[in-house]
Design a protein around this ligand. Structure first.
Ligand SMILES: NC(=O)C1=CN([C@@H]2O[C@H](COP(=O)(O)OP(=O)(O)OC[C@H]3O[C@@H](n4cnc5c(N)ncnc54)[C@H](O)[C@@H]3O)[C@@H](O)[C@H]2O)C=CC1
Ligand SMILES: O=C(O)C(=O)COP(=O)(O)O
Length: 527
């Protein structure tokens, strides 16, 4: 008999399937502390949660029987995926079930912030008949900027078009063709900041998206702009928003999510009359809760019964027969993907993977998944080798596999080329017996570097004195260079410099490096 623990008020109708299953018993609990959960979790084969329960490493460590954590929703930022993967616990989510609910809340927030509905309600029920204060604005003919054009962002765009809004979208995976298809113009974060009357965010919270709207963006905005966040707290810098409201740039904001949930009683949003707040209600509709609970219950049953399942966010089911040959290359593949993903700008249209040497003739599909995962993980939350190919396809990213004849120089060689509309970049690596993974080529330049830690990739013209300038600037700012490689084809031509540093290079130092006139481009990478 499988035991399933259902937390966070997941819909009863949605988990009917589990209640009806003869081989399953279900316990429902809510509001358990981490320690309370740790005390009971060893009894359970499956755990189902929404966003409230934080499934920490300590909980996973105590969960000796746990086979699966089911997230009845999209974001898995409350689940320690690393710890789950390490323990072979599958994490699944329900990515589609709450798209419309969250999109509709976003629209409700946009209309509320345009017409001050909550503020007007408060006064009216308080006995005031105030028809002067609440003169709003129309959505028609306004510019809506959307950061994150995935499932929810695209649905918001569709509805905005019907309201007569002009929509500008920003998403590294939004190609011009797809944007045109859904009637959205492409823009950068700064262009959106400068042009939009309303800005809404629909990205996951990642290193890239944390504070993607912050003081510099508020400084670009038009007076009277309105800001909505129904995605994740932290995508918009909360304090910078409060300042922008005080300065008169932002006319109003509507937030469903916060950097800390629930926010502290003295959080500045809670007593600001221009900010509308809701308690993370995006997915809270009867329909969405049934949808996500049904989706997760079905998947949990499949996993408990060892049947095939689809929405895993962490699980690497590699067939044993290919495992032995390919496993040594998995880290190399993922790092090459991460490297090229972090150094290429613009919407990726194609990933071309070439295998040579002893990898020729092997079914390299599982390895390709690691590479694609590496490429996508820079922009998407919850990418793993199970869902990487599916995510690439759903974002119109073509994955091409080539098996070339044996490499002349290396016994094995993996090359990854990323193509965007105007550009293409290549990285190649090999697995050296006794030395591990090495990057051996970047674009046309031969190099030899271990793909680990903090890297700086600098392109420049090959002139005397540049290495010294870079070294001095980093040294003066306490960034210690661990290794350095210079790659060039001809003396005095274009060249690259690849440095590994003992710590991350601070943003302001990167900025100073970029200002050195001899340097063409500076990319910071973390592998
Ligand atoms: N308030 C609530 O209750 C809910 C919040 N959410 C949150 O909404 C967010 C979006 O959900 P979905 O649309 O279903 O996910 P999705 O994965 O379909 O879309 C996210 C999009 O963000 C894009 N993106 C990633 N990094 C980016 C960057 N640096 N700049 C611009 N775009 C970037 C991705 O390419 C992707 O297209 C998630 O974070 C999710 O957790 C989802 C459901 C309910
Ligand atoms: O699905 C998501 O990402 C959400 O944020 C919804 O969270 P919830 O299930 O309502 O706690």
């Amino acid at each position: 008999m499988y035991k399933v623990l259902v937390m966070d008020g997941i819909s009863d109708l949605g988990i009917q399937l589990l209640n009806d299953a003869a081989d399953v018993t279900v316990d429902k609990k809510a509001g358990l502390s981490e320690d309370e959960l740790i005390a009971i979790i060893a009894d359970y084969d499956a755990l189902m949660v929404r966003s409230q329960t934080k499934v920490t490493e300590r909980i996973m460590a105590a969960a000796s029987k746990l086979k699966v954590v089911g997230r009845a929703g999209v974001g898995v930022d409350n689940i320690n995926l690393e710890a789950a993967t390490q323990r072979g616990i599958v994490v699944i989510n329900a990515p589609d079930g709450n798209t419309i609910a969250t999109c509709e809340l976003t629209f409700a927030m946009m209309m509320s912030v345009a017409r001050s509905i909550p503020q007007a309600y408060k006064k009216t029920v308080g006995g005031e008949w105030d028809r002067k204060t609440f003169v709003g604005v129309e959505l028609r003919n306004k510019v809506l900027g959307i950061l994150g054009m995935g499932r929810i962002g695209s649905e918001v765009a569709k509805r905005a078009k019907v309201f007569g809004m002009e929509v500008i979208g920003y998403d590294p995976f939004l190609t011009e063709e797809r944007a045109e298809k859904i009637g959205v113009k492409l823009g950068t974060v700064n262009e959106i900041s400068a042009k939009a009357d309303f800005i809404t965010v629909h990205t996951p919270l990642t290193n890239e998206t944390r504070h993607i709207i912050a003081r510099p963006q508020f400084e670009l905005m038009k007076k009277g702009v309105r800001i909505i966040n129904c995605a994740r707290g932290g995508i918009i810098d909360e304090m910078a928003l409060v300042e922008a409201i005080e300065s008169g740039t932002v006319a109003g904001a509507a937030f469903d999510v916060y950097e800390q949930e629930p926010p502290q009683a003295d959080h500045p949003f809670l007593n600001n009359p221009k900010i509308i707040v809701t308690p993370h209600l995006g997915a809270s509709t009867v329909e969405a809760q049934e949808n996500v609970a049904i989706d997760v219950s079905e998947e949990v049953l499949h996993i408990l019964r060892d049947e095939p399942f689809k929405n895993a966010v962490n699980m690497p089911p590699v067939p044993a027969t290919v495992m032995n040959k390919l496993q040594p290359y998995f880290t190399l593949g993922e790092k090459l993907g991460q490297f090229i993903g972090q150094t290429t700008e613009g919407a990726v249209k194609e990933i071309v993977v070439s295998y040579a040497g002893e990898l020729t003739g092997v079914d390299t599909t599982p390895l390709t998944r690691y590479i694609v995962k590496g490429v996508l993980s820079n922009q998407l939350e919850g990418v793993n080798i199970v869902n990487a190919m599916h995510l690439a396809k759903s974002r119109d990213v073509n994955v091409v596999i080539q098996q070339s004849s044996a490499s002349k120089t290396f016994t094995n060689l993996v090359s990854v080329k990323l193509k965007t509309k105007n550009d293409e970049h290549l990285v190649a690596g090999t697995l050296l017996s006794g030395y591990g993974e090495r990057i051996v080529q970047i674009d046309q330049y031969p190099v030899d570097i271990a793909p680990n830690g903090n890297l700086l990739l600098i392109s420049h013209n090959d002139k005397p004195g540049i290495i010294g300038k870079v070294g001095t600037l980093l040294g003066n700012n306490d960034v210690n260079i661990a290794t350095m490689q210079v790659g060039r084809k001809v003396i005095g031509g274009s060249a690259i410099m690849l440095l590994t540093t003992d710590k991350q290079t601070p943003k302001e130092v990167l900025q100073q490096l970029k200002q050195l006139p001899e340097l063409i481009d500076v990319n910071e990478l973390s592998l």
